[in-house]
Structures are given as C-alpha cells and as structure tokens.
Design a protein around this ligand. Structure first.
Ligand SMILES: N[C@@H](CCC(=O)N[C@@H](CS)C(=O)NCC(=O)O)C(=O)O
Length: 238
C-alpha cells in the first residue's frame, strides 16, 4: 500500500566485472550503460562474473548484458537497445528515428567486428583483470575460440598494429569532420562502436590509438558524456 507501488522499479543490469568489482569492461555492456544514460533511465548495475551463469539463467542464455525490467529479462545488446527504444518512446531516441534504427543495426555489427579485431591485441591483458575464479574458464574458452595459446595470439601484435589502425580509416575520416557518428550529439551507433575501445581501455595498457587520432578524441568525448559515466571504472591511459 502507498506511493511506492505506483513508482516504476529501477531496472537492473548484469554487468561484467573483473577481479576488482568496479572494473567493468564488457564492450557489450558499455553500449547499454550509455544507452540507458542517453534515455535518462536509472539503472542499478549488478557486477557479474563469467562463471556466474545461474544468476542470469532466467534470461535463457549465458552472456551479459542482461537487463531486468520488472518481470522481464532481456539479453543481447541489440535486443536490449530496441527494447529500450520501444518501451520508453518519450525518452530521447537512441536511433534518431526508424531509418536510424536500420543504420544503427549496421553499426552494431561493425562494433561486433571491432571486438573480434581488438581481441588478438588485448586478450592476454584481459586475462590479468578477470576475477580469479573465472581465469581457467576464460583462458580455456578463449583459447578454444582462437585455437591457440593466448600468449601466441598476442605475440605478433606490434607487427599487426599498423594494419589495424589502417582498417579504421573510414571511421577516422567521419570523426574528423563531425564530433559523433550521430552528428553533433551521440546516438546508439556511437555507443556501440565505443564499446570495444572502452573494453581495451579498461583492460590493457596497449596503445591501440595514437594520441592524435580523431578516433581517440571521439572516444574521449564519449567518456565525458553523462557526467563522465565511462570514467567510472578503473582504466589505462592507453
Ligand atoms: N551478442 C551479445 C554478445 C554478448 C557477449 O559476448 N558478452 C560477453 C561479455 S563481453 C559474455 O557475457 N561472455 C560470457 C562468456 O564468455 O561465457 C550482445 O550483443 O550482447
């Protein structure tokens, strides 16, 4: 009885955490942290470790982010972004309209590709930050994925770096002429592409982006958004 029952319950987000509870480093969770802030939706983040599968079992799958809104459990960053856009239409749009939704889908896929491209540079550094109880699982699952020892995966990263940087040319060109992918203000496309760079920043001292790279300046602008939300986690100045 009373006022409380008329108020919407705060949403909860299962958010990947490292050995330190406040090191939040999932590229996919960061998309949603920023998307929620964009929509002015308060959220309680729940630090989650790779092996805590039972905690997110009601979502019917094994990966984070998982958003809990009342009695609904929603998994997968793109599904969550669409859910937020549709469920909260009066909050600022994540996509800038229906056409923007289709274009954002493409940026979400580009961002997934960036996760795969950055993985062989930082995966051994990520291992150093994974919670103790997750380490064996993390190494085994990632070595299976890479079909190689993690030490081998990263061993030639200096040699590969110029090609990786060159592969970012179109992103760099766009961000040289406009502050965000969304234009003057960031949209979901920005948050999606930011995720992999934030993942690297939170886990690895390896300098993926040169100091004067427009992509780096854009990343830093996104770190400043929402009262510096992206800086609320331990990270490297890389
Ligand atoms: N397609 C999913 C991918 C989510 C994903 O891969 N999450 C990782 C954390 S970055 C995870 O939960 N991994 C758990 C595991 O490897 O067991 C999305 O967009 O949300």
């Amino acid at each position: 009885m009373g006022f409380g029952r008329f108020m919407t319950e705060t949403m909860r987000l299962f958010d990947l955490a490292g050995a330190e509870l406040d090191r939040r480093f999932s590229p996919y969770c960061w998309r949603i942290r920023l998307a929620l802030a964009h929509k002015n939706l308060p959220v309680e983040t729940i630090p989650w470790r790779f092996t805590e599968k039972e905690e997110i079992a009601p979502s019917g799958q094994t990966l984070v982010p998982v958003l809990v809104d009342g009695d609904q459990w929603i998994a997968d960053s793109w599904t969550i972004a669409n859910y937020l856009e549709d469920k909260y239409p009066n909050s600022p749009s994540l996509f800038g309209g229906p056409v923007g939704r289709s274009l954002s889908r493409h940026y979400s896929d580009i961002a997934d590709g960036l996760v795969r491209a950055i993985f062989p540079f930082i995966v051994l550094d990520v291992l150093q930050h994974v919670a103790e109880k997750d380490r064996d699982y993390f190494r085994a699952s990632r070595e299976k994925r890479a079909n190689a020892r993690l030490e081998t995966v990263v061993s030639d990263r200096d040699k590969r770096l110029p090609d990786f940087r060159a592969s970012l040319a179109s992103l760099r060109r766009t961000l040289k002429s406009q502050p965000f992918l969304g234009g003057d203000q960031p949209l979901y496309a920005d948050y999606a592409v930011f995720g992999p760079f934030q993942w690297a920043r939170c886990t690895s001292p390896y300098v993926l982006l040169e100091k004067d790279d427009p992509i780096r300046h854009w990343r830093d602008r996104l770190l400043d958004c929402f009262d510096g939300l992206g800086r609320e986690t331990p990270a490297y100045d890389a």
